[in-house]
Structures are given as C-alpha cells and as structure tokens.
Design a protein. Structure first.
Lengths: 336, 336
C-alpha cells in the first residue's frame, strides 16, 4: 500500500497506535499542537516541530525567502501560542541545493529571526539536497506547570471562541494564485500579507493560560472546521457553530462580492493558515475574559458551543445547514 | 554566491554570527552537540536535531528502512550522550513521496523506536515530498544542572580519551560501497553493522556527567580529527594525538591487511560516524575513571593530551608525522 492511499491522518494514526500511551515525565505526546514535558517545579515545557518542502508547501520562485523564513518560524510559534506557552528556543534545519544562493539563505534567516524576537535560535542542521529546499523547525516554549492549553479538555457547555477574523489567509492565497481578482491594491496587500506573514497569537495564548481562563485551544492551520474537528475528536465532544457570528474582515467580504463567491464558505470555513486561536471556555468566565481582552487590547468573539456527541453542526440564523463544498487540506490524499 | 562555495561550516558561521550571543535561560546555543536550556532547579535540558536527505545521506534502495530509522534516531541520541544527558523525548518529521510504501514507513518506525527504548516519541510532522524521503529528528534530554559536557571546556593538560575503537563505520561503508573486500562474511557483518546500527554511548556520557569526571565531550560523527578539531576550536586549545594509542578493532586491522591499506589513516582518523565519545579529563581523575569503567563494564582509552595553542599534532612513537590524505566529510563543499 502507498502512503497516498492512507493519507496524512492515516499515517499519523499508524504512528500514534504503534507508539501507544506516553508516560511521565511526558504529559502529552502525539496528538496536540505540541508535546508537554513536565518540568521540575514551576514550568512545563512544550515542544513543536514542522517540516516544509519546496514544491509542496512553497515555490522558491514565488515566495520571497524572507517571507518563507518568517512563515516557517511563525507556524511553530503559533503552535506554542496554542499551548498557552512562551517560546524560548528555536531550532532550524535547512536542506539546500548546492546552487542555492547565499543571499537567499541570508534573507530567509532575517525573516526567521524577525518572526520571533526574543526567541533564541539555539541550533539546527545544514545539509545538502539533491532536489529543492527542505525546512524543519522546532520550537520549545515554557508554560506554568499544569496550565498548558490542550485539545482534549473541551467540555459540553463550553463556549467556543475565535481570536480574530478567519479566511484572510486563504483569500490572500487565492489572489496570489490568480483565482480571485482584488478590488484594490490595498485589499490585495492586506490579504496576501495575512497569507505570507501571519502573526502568532502568543499574547492571547499566554493570557488564557496564565489567567486560567481556558483549558483548551488550537491554532488554525488546517482551517476552522478541521481544527475545531481536532478539538472535538480529542475531547470526545461535538460542536455547534453559529455561522453569523464568525468574524470576517471587510477585505474578505469585498473580495467575495467582487468575485461572486460567499467568503464564509469559500475561504473562512475550509481555508487554512489563519493562525488565529480557537479556544473554549466555561460560560461563567465570560466577564473575566472580557475585562482581560479590554485591558490587554485583544479581540475574541464567541462563535458557538461545545455540545455532547461527536458531530459538528453549522447553524445560520437558527437553521441547520449542510456541509457541502467545505474541506481542509490533507497531505498525501490525492484529489483533496 | 552559491552555498557550495562557502560550504557547510561557512553556512553555520554565517548563521552563528548573525544570531550572536545567546542569553539566559539558554546556556548554550549554536556550536555544541546540543543546546542547553536552564531548567528551574535540578535539571538542565539539552536539545539536538539532525536532518537526513535521500540521495545525500542514504539511498532508499541500498539502506533497509529499519536501519534508516534506527540510524536517524541514533545520531541524535549520540548527541545527547555527548552532552552527558539522558534522552527523554524524541520528535520525528518525515517528508515522503506519494508512492512511498506504508510497509517501509512501518519498518522505519520500528528501527527508530528500537534505537531508543524508553525515549518517548512525542510528536513530529508528516508531509509529502516531490522528490525523495526527507527525515528530521529532534531529541530532548535531561542532565544534572550545570553538569552538561560541552565542547568549549577542554583545558591544556587534560588527557584526551576515546570511548571505543574508531574507523569501523568507515570501513563498513567501504565494504558496502565495494571499495574494500572483506576477509570473511563475519568480518563484513561486524563492520557493516557498525555503520548501519551504531550504538549511542548513553551510559558513558551519563556517567561522565553524573560523576563529574569530565566537563568536555563530543561524539564522533565527522571523524576523529575533525571532531577533536571542534573541541580545540571551541575551547581555544591544541591537541597532541598519540597514534599508537588509538584503538582499532581486529576486524579493521584484518580488512586493512587484505586490502593493502593502513586502517588508521584510511578509516580511523578521517572516517566519520563511529559515534564513540571523545572526552577530556584532568589527569588527577584517572584513578576514579578507571574504577568507574571497571564497575560499569565500560571501556575508554587515553589517546593524547590537550596542549596550549591551536594546532593538532599527530605523534607516532615520539615522532611528529604529517597530515596528508586525511580529511572529514563536509556538506556543500564540492570535491571534498
């Protein structure tokens, strides 16, 4: 059997099942945004790692090396944010073709470092590649002991929150790929910037964990529905999404109008790489959260509720609506 | 300028210089076998990462996936050993062609897990690749606070020790590549096993650190001369190597005889991937070390001395000899 037949999640399941339960001092192994290692007193350590391959995740001619470096760091910092942790160390491994330009490597490095000010680049590897660029990044962060935000801690009755507009990155990608025509250069710049230089929600994650406001979060890399699905699967719960509450930027609404598509269905529900946080919270914490958001100048909006069962339902003005034409990206699976 | 013109170490220097000094809580950044992160009381954390690319580090048709998994974990466990630490968590990222066989991935995973019993596989990434396999492994270990074995702590007067025979892996590779003809199938099996399934010296590293016997170690990945050179460069010292003391296995001596080459010069001094430890020690610790080695059933032999200056000199029966025809592998540099 080929890996294309079992897909990315099939492959992860295969590894997960073989590895089995993790044991102390590892508090969380495979299955969350990052692993959790029990520290010796005040802090736990979270670790996350991602790999990006030329031709699959990026095209060297299309993405400026600076943006590539920026984004390869950001996606990992975002995982650390989703654990409620503060990033401390990063590690960068680069596989490079022999004819790669040193200037490109320098630009990549600048982008990488700019994405994580205060995060110490502490090691990595440099190897040659017979094909294109390969990038592997690992980030280690610290979180107050026992306070890490996990995927498996959502409970029926929790409100589902979103820490920012969703769909901008997918809309920016559509513009970059020539699949959507922007209304203005400013709109194009705004949306493509969201795709090329997403901002990890580190402050939001840290405040949720330090303030014990939430136990459960995930960062949106695969898309709103798919990432919420990860929470539901790991927590053994279902969810109701109130579509009219999902925040959309004015730019994505304008782009949808111009191109005759529904931005919610086209970009917000299925499109990935927004790197906002989805988190869940007991309703009685709402007042505390609102005070903190105001004080810290952060935004988050409630978009639904965790429910018993294991289904996600989409509700628009009180009416349940079907899922058709909404999906997320899955490596290895052909045709997705 | 192309990366092939500045080479692997030029690339690392470029990154090192741009990143600059590391700051607390990072006790060691780029430049050692692993980084060191200050823990909150009893332990420090060491982290190391390596990347392997098909066609550069291995050939899928030539290396069984089990051995590949084994070795990709071992090289990182060896770095943890060289820090005197106990490995706790590992992370595995795989870039796989769509037509990769699920059975190959399973075998790879078995080899990976067998190489590190007790080390928790805690995460990673699975992505598709347009070319061959790409493997990135990260391992985190724990070491008593302040006791990590570093490269920058060798002092003139220290004795240089080696934790096992050297050159077997390079000799095994020569057999695999058809560049050397073995005396017997047993000899071939012994040497190729040393190449395909090297054993990380975890017990040795841990005992050196826990017993405060050494402050300085490195694992032999690039080759005896090159790795000793890393210690000298980082510590600002020179070294004298007593060639007649360098331990060679009976198998490598026999292979050299059969093929008409000097095993010391051909495989032991310049050949990499033995993953024994080079460590340095104050001479007054020798008695303590010998007792511990006997008690723990470990071996190590003195092979020279750290000296002032920055040169490495090779001495054979009291006579200094030249370096010619000895080197180590350097990624990116053409013709090395």
């Amino acid at each position: 059997m080929k890996v294309s037949e079992i897909g990315e999640f099939g492959l992860i399941d295969l590894i997960d099942q073989r590895v089995g339960r993790f044991t102390y001092p590892v508090l969380m192994g495979i299955g969350d945004d990052a692993s959790i290692l029990h520290g010796d007193s005040a802090y736990d350590l979270v670790t996350t790692t991602d790999m990006l391959m030329e031709g699959v995740h990026f095209l060297m001619g299309k993405t400026p090396p600076y943006d590539l470096g920026y984004k390869s760091h950001t996606v990992n910092l975002s995982d650390v944010a989703a654990m409620g942790a503060i990033p401390v160390q990063s590690f960068l491994s680069l596989a490079l073709p022999l004819d790669a330009e040193v200037e490109s490597v320098k630009s990549f490095l600048e982008g990488f470092l700019d994405a994580g000010p205060g995060v110490q680049l502490s090691g990595g590897d440099t190897v040659s590649s017979l094909s294109g660029w390969g990038i592997s990044v690992t980030v280690i962060g610290r979180v107050l002991s026992g306070r890490a935000l996990r995927r498996d801690t959502a409970q029926p009755g929790d409100t589902i929150w979103l820490s920012g507009p969703v769909g901008d990155s997918a809309a920016g990608l559509a513009i970059l790929l020539g699949k959507a025509v922007p209304e203005s250069p400013e709109e194009a710049a705004f949306l493509t910037e969201k795709h090329n230089r997403p901002v990890p929600q580190l402050k939001m994650g840290r405040i949720l964990a330090q303030g014990d406001l939430s136990k459960c979060a995930i960062d949106m890399s695969d898309g709103l529905l798919q990432d919420l699905g990860h929470i539901c699967e790991r927590s053994g719960v279902g969810a109701r999404l109130d579509l009219e509450n999902i925040p959309l930027s004015p730019q994505i609404i304008s782009l949808g109008k111009k191109n005759g598509v529904d931005p919610l269905r086209e970009w917000a529900l299925g499109g990935g790489e927004d790197y906002s946080l989805i988190f869940t919270m007991r309703p009685d914490q709402e007042k505390r959260l609102e005070k903190v958001l105001e004080h810290e100048d952060l935004e988050a909006v409630p978009i639904g509720q965790i429910v018993p069962g294991k289904e996600i339902s989409l509700v628009e003005r009180g009416k349940q609506i079907p899922f058709e034409g909404i999906g997320g990206y899955n490596h290895f699976k052909k045709g997705d």
